[in-house]
Design a protein around this ligand. Sequence first.
Ligand code: NAP
Ligand code: ZN
Length: 347
Amino acid sequence: MPTIVKAYGAHSATDKLVPLEIERRDVGPHDVMIAIRYAGVCHSDIHTIRGEWGPIAYPQVVGHEIVGEVTEIGAEVASHSVGDRVGVGCMVNSCGQCSYCLDGNEHYCEKGAIDTYTATDVDGTITQGGYATHVVVDEGFVLRMPESIPYEQAAPLLCAGITTYSPLARWGTGPGTKVAVVGMGGLGHMAVKIAVAMGADVTVLSRTLSKRDDALAFGATAHIATGEEGALRELKRSFDLIINTVSAPLDMNAYLATLKPQGTLVNVGAPPEPLPVQVFSLIGGGKSFAGSNIGSIKETQEMLDFCAEHSIAPETELIPADAINEAYDRVLSSDVRYRFVIDTATI
Ligand code: NAP
Ligand code: ZN
């Protein structure tokens, strides 16, 4: 018999999130049951539950920044034990057999990785996310949480952390590289902290000066208010790498102009609208416009260990479950410093 657990979710794209109950499957031989303690609020949760990325089935529970403790393990689970502090991010399974899975790139699985919410699971049910008291996940998609990362603050690493760590690592961030981070929200503030820890010289490109003190405190060397006339023009040929974390469309050509020749702009922000690019913005300087989606499980563990080693933790505001709707409004008005985390004991 599946376990019925308490959660917060929506019954339609326009409804507010409300308390509801969902089923979690029986713990199979390779499964881990986790009592969720904290769940981060990602902007993707909002895009998804409001149907901005396309229609989904309701009722739906979102949340893919999950930390908690193992309460039960399947008979063949070797990698986790009852009582372990663990995390779950944006995916909960993949085919395990295609060349991408076999190469440790299961987030680019040939059949599509099974997302933590809104995806069709191996048993045909729709996956339900982390705004809940418990979740059952295949052991291969469960991360070890280093004890030194403050428990209440750790959850956002499971999406915001890996989504920024992965492109920073892939495009060679380190001493001597000049990196710009566009938009300093949940993802952006992690990008700044991680790029600084990798040794880069980091500039924050934010709309106003309101986050300037924070950006400098996170280790950035400069903070530019892009809302000021001419701000980007003055930055021509400045950066080796730009990570764009903005959740809305921007003039990509203006940002591409701030790359040095042969530089790369990686888009991780995921607005539903297209981002038009003039080819001359790319070919003149041999520049690249790229995208990146979360990161593999192996790389997520590497990121968690990197953050523990460098004493990096997300900046969070802990909220009770009944404050989720207000938190969504505050994310949309950029009134978050820098990630809401739900205390799931209040669900
Ligand atoms: P967030 O906390 O809302 O941060 C987004 C930031 O973008 C804001 O803090 C703001 O920064 C800036 N911004 C917002 N609206 C803007 C506008 N109209 N014009 C210019 N700048 C604007 O969101 P998040 O959770 O970091 O997520 C950011 C995006 O990444 C979302 O689209 C999300 O779905 C996507 N995402 C992608 C992946 C992936 O794997 N690729 C993973 C997770 C999330 P300033 O105030 O500094 O300007
Ligand atoms: Zn996310």
